[in-house]
Design a protein around this ligand. Sequence first.
Ligand SMILES: C[S@@+](CC[C@H](N)C(=O)[O-])C[C@H]1O[C@@H](n2cnc3c(N)ncnc32)[C@H](O)[C@@H]1O
Length: 218
Amino acid sequence: MENLGKADWDDPERVKRLAASYSQRYGKTFWHTLLKLTGPERRETILDLGCGPGLFLLDATTRYKAKRVIGLDASEAMLEQAHHFLAGKLEESNTLLRVVDFDSSDPGVEPNTIDLAFSGFLLHEIRNPEGLLPHVYKSLKPKGIYAAYEFVSGDLVSFIDYMKRGGMSEADARRRYPHMCKYSLAQFEGMLRGAGFSRVKSSLIDVRAVFVGLKAEK
Ligand SMILES: C[S@@+](CC[C@H](N)C(=O)[O-])C[C@H]1O[C@@H](n2cnc3c(N)ncnc32)[C@H](O)[C@@H]1O
């Protein structure tokens, strides 16, 4: 299948569009859902896989009172924008932004160091999400949580409606559906359990879902 998403993440226009659409994608409902699933308590170190322009990390730093953030992304242009948005938010040494392509490398995060790992609209982009998740699991401290935000398959009509509301044509939405809604919620939950996560929970937000898994204390 043609990979509709991958080729142009370094395109400055795409970086701009992604940043501009952040508040619509990560609005009140998203934060209410995420905080309900993770709990509101402090998360000192937050990892964002596929952080894009870094706006989730910016918000999450405040919401979870983080001290240290790590953003990983394959796109240098995205990380440059993230650097700009995050400048001055935390001490410089506590903001780590690094180029990593999950299709060819491990995240390279030290084991047992992360309190909250997150990925937004990443898992459908990469070749092998099942291969990435055990690394995410390993990076978490015991009682650490991984949360993901993704489109899910199963409702083409609602997906088209959602994308049309964002200004996309019906034809484009239909073309994008197999790429953006590659997995069902049950498949995502299965991937988390397969990687070792327990207490897997999820919540649907129209055609998107937030799902979380816990690294239990041994
Ligand atoms: C749809 S964007 C989402 C960005 C951000 N999480 C957000 O929601 O605003 C997907 C991000 O994943 C990154 N990405 C795509 N494929 C990747 C890969 N193989 N390894 C690492 N990052 C990748 C892109 O550069 C882009 O920043």
